[in-house]
Design a protein around this ligand. Sequence first.
Ligand code: FUB
Length: 310
Amino acid sequence: MMSLSFKIMAQSTPKQYVAKGNPLFKHKYTADPAALVHDDTLYLYAGEDAGDGKFYDIPNWTVFSTKDLVNWKEYDIPLSDSDFSWAKKDHSSWAAQVIERNGKFYWYICTEHDSIRGKAIGVAVSDSPTGPFKDALGEALITNDMTTKYTDIGWDDIDPTVWIEEDGQAYLIWGNTQCYYAKLKENMIELDGPIKTIDLPHFTEAPWIHKRGDWYYLSYAYGWPEKTAYAMSKSIEGPWEFKGILNELAGNCNTNHQAIVEFNNQWLYIYHNGGGPDGGSFHRAVCMDHLFYNEDGTIQRIQMTSEGVQ
Ligand code: FUB
């Protein structure tokens, strides 16, 4: 068990914590962070590494929020792989992201499919960023058989990230080994065109899109064990120009999974490592540090710290 080094201010839901450096949450193992800024609040979504540390055992996703990066709330578990009728429900609540559109919150998740070989991507919806969420489709949005012409592995349809253009066109980007993208319809639960590919050097998984000015950034897990690298483009559809390593190997952990958002006038780099007590590749812990840009728009190498963002 990890030691409880947060100050618990109340036991009722939502629980309240005061964060003291990295890792952010020390009372449970958290992995694969995704972040959403909404109404002056930063929402942080993560999978919960709940197993014995020998392999991925992630029964649910969880959500935290903060207005000042110090005081955090944790809500009742809003979503689990058992909320999807088509899922195998084998504790593979892998990486996911929540995005808002027209007052609804869409949670794109990946988990093992029960009847179609391999991982699949689904989407849940809620009226609130903290849930309750329910399966928006009743079936998977992406299944492994839709991408076998690119790779025959069963775990390439994972790690969804979604981007909405200013003109309203939404894109789903995902992948392992091969990075994929497809347009989404305005309802956010149907594809609006063919699945296409993005070729990125040593792409492993964990794509994340963010934009600053007129530059799009596609960051992703690079190689194995994973570093994080990134590419830049003037268009969400590319071409993407590889810009190099953004973050080094995450300490004591073979995966590296990032979310990048601007909040309270600072850019935040949120990731996981195995740096918690008894931590490791399957007992991960979410951390947060600053992200800084150069004058030409490229990103400075992330400096992972114990102090985190104060
Ligand atoms: O947590 C399970 C998987 O590990 C994620 O989907 C990947 O991004 C990697 O972090």
